[in-house]
Design a protein around this ligand. Sequence first.
Ligand SMILES: [Zn+2]
Length: 507
Amino acid sequence: MMSQRSERRGIHLDQSELLCKKGCGYYGNTAWQGLCSKCWREENQRERQKQIQEDWALAERLQREEEEAYASRHQRAQSQPTITPFSKFEERKTKEKSSKVNTVTKFFTPSAKTPPKKDTTSFDTQSSPSPSSSSSRHPPADTDHATREFIDFLKPLKSGREIFKQCRAFTESMVYKRDMGADELSECVQDFYQNLSDRLQTQFKGSTEHVESVMDEVEKYMMTRLYKEVFCPETTDDEKKDLAIQKRIRALHWVTIEMLCVPVDEEIPEVSDSVVKAITDVIEMDSKRVPKDKLACITRCSKHIFNAIKISKKEAASADDFLPTLIYIVLKANPPRLQSNIQYITRFCNPSRLMTGEDGYYFTNLCCAVAFIEKLDGQSLNLSPEEFELYMSGQASPHWPQGAGASSPGSAALSQVHKRLDLLTGLGERQDRVIEKARQLESDLIDWTDEVEQKVQSVLESFPQETHNPTATTASGTTSAAASAIDSDNVENERLPPPLQPQVFAG
Ligand SMILES: [Zn+2]
């Protein structure tokens, strides 16, 4: 039993590998080096705190140096009043450095503590914010719709107006932070979520369900508005990663259901129906704007997968069946902007949704599936490294009909070589036949030409007899002569070929 298991490597993932490496019990994520959102943020903040301190120290040192430089420059100012390029450079450097420090500290200050300076619309009386108070740009219709829905949701809440004000102020402030790195933007949003949900927790006296429902609406409102700014931003290599995985999946087009040991029988109509639905759902993820809606696509996709396995196996699917099948579905779907979508969800989804529950579980599995696809090799598909290379390079394909006894991988490759040789031999034979036919055609043409020549000759031989008759050559001269010629040569004229024929062969 044990030995059998080690022989068949395939795709297997211990369920504990899905969990946070810190052992906190939440789901981990490859984007956070295997940590859950909570532990990652703790780690990250410690790092950032250190970075901030270092930045401050550097800024202070540069400031001191600048002051010293200024003092010594001031002493020399009497003789040389111009500022040297070097000190100018130093000055700029200090400015840049301190502005960086400011940015870093800025997003550590919880946005909730900095109340919006702008006067916000009272939505107690209006169903939508007045255009004058919202940003000067006209937001598209769908973000308008999101705003209206958000307001309608918040209306019955005691602190609804306050929540709306903060969310709007924060969202508007994000537009000015678009030059920030994606991780920093994510940090800002995650901080905002954290602060708001902490306060809601107090306000709703620990009713997690209530807090979650508000947070879902907050995420929906904010991310609908920020989507264009923060999805696959130019500051990241998300797009490059999208293209890489897309190319990788295309190169793996030959991978079969058997190689992945996927326990799904697509011959059963209900199963193939579920497979198609799963593929559609994972593709649909890209069309959603809100992280939660994207996650819902992954969850729907996963449920169709479980259904397909259940019907095929006639028993409940295990986690070991699920991951290979998910990999198979991703390979078949090649979902658009896969990495961008995963990154976007990781960065901007409400963290509690990723750390626990159904959505978190399926999302973690999808991340694992992508990681598997990136490092898929012959061994995990039960192929030899040579076969894997042959298939990857497109020199061979497992889809070609296999000869007898082609059950083992080695003989499968061999039978393909034979198949190719057969094809080549077949091609050679066809070529020979073509050449033979061409020769036949050539000799036929020669024969035909000879034949025609003979006929023409015989016609020409019969012709001089008529040329003795003067009326025939001058027939066109007078009508009466021609008429008499036709009368007299009636019998001979019938045997003459049509007038065009001699001309053709003469030329
Ligand atoms: Zn953790």
